[in-house]
Each structure stands twice: as C-alpha cells, then as structure tokens.
Ligand binder design. Structure first.
Ligand code: ADP
Length: 207
C-alpha cells in the first residue's frame, strides 16, 4: 500500500477531498468516522463514557448526545483528559487494525486524521494538506454547515496553524476558489498519488 496522510483545518474542504479520492479508488481511513462508529450504542467505548460521565450524556434513544459531552468537557481539563483516555486508544487500535488489513495490497490508503500534525504521526509516506484561507473556511462553515461564527472561529484557532501544516505538506490542495477549481486540483493530486507520491525535488518534508 501507499499510505498518505490527509489533513487540513476545519472547513478547509478535507471531507470533500477525501470523498473524491475515495470515489477514485483510494481506501480512506477516517478517524472521525471511526470515532462515531465506536460511540454507537452497544460499543464498549460508549459504555465506558457512560460509566465516567453518567447517563446524562445519552439521548432518550440511547445514542450519544454529542453536545452534552462537549458541554461537560468544555473548560474542564480533567474531564477532557478522561474522555481522550477512553476514546483515543480505541480509535488508535481500530486505525491500526485497518492499516494491518491493507498491508501487502497495492491500495492507495488515505489516513484522514484531523489532528495528524498535532499527533506527530510519522509513518505516512507523504502528506496532503488542504489549504484554505481561514476567513473563507469560516464563511463556508457558517453558510453551509450551520456553525455560529464564534464557534467556527474558536475551532479554527484551536488547530495547528496554516503555516505549520503547509511546512509539512508534500502536496497542497489549495481550496480558496470554486468547486470546479477544487476538482481540478484533486485530479492533479490523484495523478501524483498514482505516480507513487514523489516528493518535490529540493523540498524534503520537515520533521
Ligand atoms: P472539512 O471537512 O475540512 O471541515 P468540508 O469538506 O466539509 O470541510 O467543507 C466545508 C464546507 O464547504 C462544506 O459544506 C463543503 O461542501 C463546502 N466547500 C468545500 N469546498 C468548497 C468550494 N471550493 N466552494 C464552495 N464550497 C466548498
């Protein structure tokens, strides 16, 4: 397999890029999707969360009330650390299991992990960064995804800076323009992946 990381700030267009790459045949391992799967009713992760935080984190139908969890850990570092200690190892183990299943295949595997840079993960052959002006990202999050402006700005400010991400990028998908421009850039990215994701000469990835 060719293992390539995909990252980008919230609202950058990362989900749009990962679904386009999946449609072309890439295997996408999506940490957010895995997290949601592991928090379904009946999963040990959800049971451990209820044990720690109480039934108040569940909706009436027994599913996780994400907003209730967000409210609990907001401004409570201990609660957040406990939440991460329950969720992160389980997600990490599931990602490892899926990567193991891809060993020895010829697949292009895209590791879609929101905090890939922050986590210091260094086993990817190359890194794709979706780069968007934060003001454009805020506008898209508010207009298309229903965020309040304050929430969008707060989430963006908690992430790695644009410069940190770009410094690590082997391929940058710039997404400040139209959807058609994005599609063209994704096509170039796919060609680069099919070529084995060669590093640009003279531009080694900074570790
Ligand atoms: P992320 O996964 O990085 O948070 P998304 O892929 O969900 O970002 O993109 C954020 C929003 O912006 C979505 O509603 C998406 O459809 C939209 N979007 C992405 N790229 C463009 C673009 N070039 N033009 C207009 N809207 C876009």
């Amino acid at each position: 397999m060719l293992l390539v990381g995909l990252t980008g700030g919230i609202g950058s267009g990362k989900s749009t890029v990962s679904s386009s790459l999946a449609a072309r045949g890439a295997v996408v391992i999506d940490a957010d999707a895995i997290t949601r799967e592991l928090q379904e009713p009946g999963q040990p992760v959800l049971a451990a969360m209820v044990e720690r935080f109480g039934e108040g984190i569940l909706c009436e139908d027994g599913r996780l009330d994400r907003q209730a969890v967000a409210d609990l850990v907001f401004n409570d570092a201990d609660a957040l650390a406990d939440l991460n200690a329950i969720v992160h190892p389980a997600v990490g183990a599931e990602i490892a299991r899926r990567l193991e299943a891809e060993q020895g295949t010829g697949h292009i595997v895209i590791l879609d992990v929101p905090l890939l840079i922050e986590s210091g993960r260094d086993d990817v052959a190359a890194l794709i960064v979706v780069d968007t002006d934060p003001e454009i990202a805020v506008r898209r999050l508010v207009e298309q995804r229903g965020f309040s402006e304050a929430d969008a700005r707060a989430r963006i400010s908690r992430q790695a800076s644009r410069q940190e991400r770009l410094a690590r990028a082997d391929f940058v998908i710039e997404n400040n323009g139209s959807r058609a421009e994005l599609a063209a850039r994704i096509e170039e990215c796919w060609d680069w992946l099919l070529a084995g994701a060669p590093r640009a000469a003279g531009a080694p990835r900074s570790e």
